[in-house]
Write a protein that binds this ligand. Structure first.
Ligand SMILES: [Zn+2]
Length: 301
């Protein structure tokens, strides 16, 4: 049986993706605890035993160990195989989409940055802005290489658009809740994506907004529920239900008024709860920006 060159490379890119995913797990964990990425060797967070070499095989080790530490049987976080599989898929998709090209090389770097930042943002609402800066610089270089000076200019314009839009949204929080509505990292990431996509950043941000509605809003209401903020949850469900009946609601002034009032009450109770929570960047937005980037990279270029 012979395998053509494309599938041969696709296979190895997926394997490399798995290994990189494994490395990203370490980066995500250690950047949160300020440990060195290279040293010390991996060990179980519970019992402290150093992992054997066959405990470090991406995905397979998790399956063989059935998700438990070899020594103390403590559960291993499902984060490990998930990050490994996602990295593998994204590396594979990138190669299928862009083939042997300079775009593939850069896209792999951008996706790697996004995976790490999404991981730390979801885990602890912490994002290393240096990663976003590296991404932005690579975006400018990419556009200079592929489209010359006009590409570089487009890149700078995109950077400004992305950073300014997110910064304006973040600062609008001062009007409503007396604090930033989003973390500084979101501005850096949006700026970096602008440097990569140029003026198209507007579309990427829009796709990110849609993604945020799909992913973040359920998470937000789940947090509200956990924090015993039942009122926000009930209002949210009512509002969502009335959205489904929007056509009927729209035709009657009374139901329309109830719909509007529910919406306003919901907005007020959300704003109140944001004011109460100390960790106010707890709406992680980097995952949404990352999802917007994926839509744009794989479905529209
Ligand atoms: Zn252990």
């Amino acid at each position: 049986m012979t395998i053509d060159r494309f599938h041969y490379f696709l296979f190895w890119i997926c394997i490399i993706g798995l290994c990189f995913g494994s490395f990203f797990n370490v980066v995500i964990l250690r950047s949160l605890s300020n440990e060195s990425i290279v040293f010390p060797p991996s060990k179980c967070p519970k019992c402290g035993n150093k992992l054997l070499f066959w405990h470090n095989i991406p995905v397979l080790s998790y399956l063989i160990l059935r998700g438990k530490c070899y020594f103390c049987k403590e559960k291993i976080s499902i984060q490990y195989p998930i990050v490994e599989l996602i990295t593998m898929l994204l590396f594979g998709f990138t190669f299928v989409k862009f083939g042997f090209s300079i775009t593939t090389l850069f896209a792999l770097f951008w996706l790697s940055c996004l995976i790490i930042m999404t991981g730390t943002d979801l885990k602890e609402q912490v994002v290393d802005c240096n990663i976003a800066i590296a991404m932005g610089i690579s975006g400018i270089i990419y556009n200079l290489i592929t489209a010359g000076m006009s590409g570089g200019l487009n890149s700078i314009i995109g950077l400004l658009i992305g950073a300014i839009i997110l910064e304006v949204i973040a600062r609008s929080g001062y009007i409503f809740v007396g604090t930033r509505a989003m973390g500084e990292a979101d501005t850096y990431v949006a700026g970096a994506l602008g440097a990569i996509f140029g003026k198209e950043i507007i579309l990427v941000l829009f796709l990110g907004l849609i993604a945020s509605m799909i992913f973040i809003i359920p998470v937000f209401f789940y947090n509200q529920f956990k924090n015993d903020n039942k009122l926000t949850c009930i209002l949210g469900v009512l509002f969502a239900l009335s959205f489904l009946l929007l056509k009927t609601v729209w035709q009657n002034y009374y139901t329309l008024a109830i719909f509007m009032l529910t919406g306003i009450a919901l907005a007020v109770s959300i704003l109140k709860s944001i004011r109460k929570v100390e960790n106010r960047n707890y709406l992680p937005y980097v995952p949404a920006l990352a999802a917007g980037t994926l839509f744009f990279l794989f479905f529209s270029i």
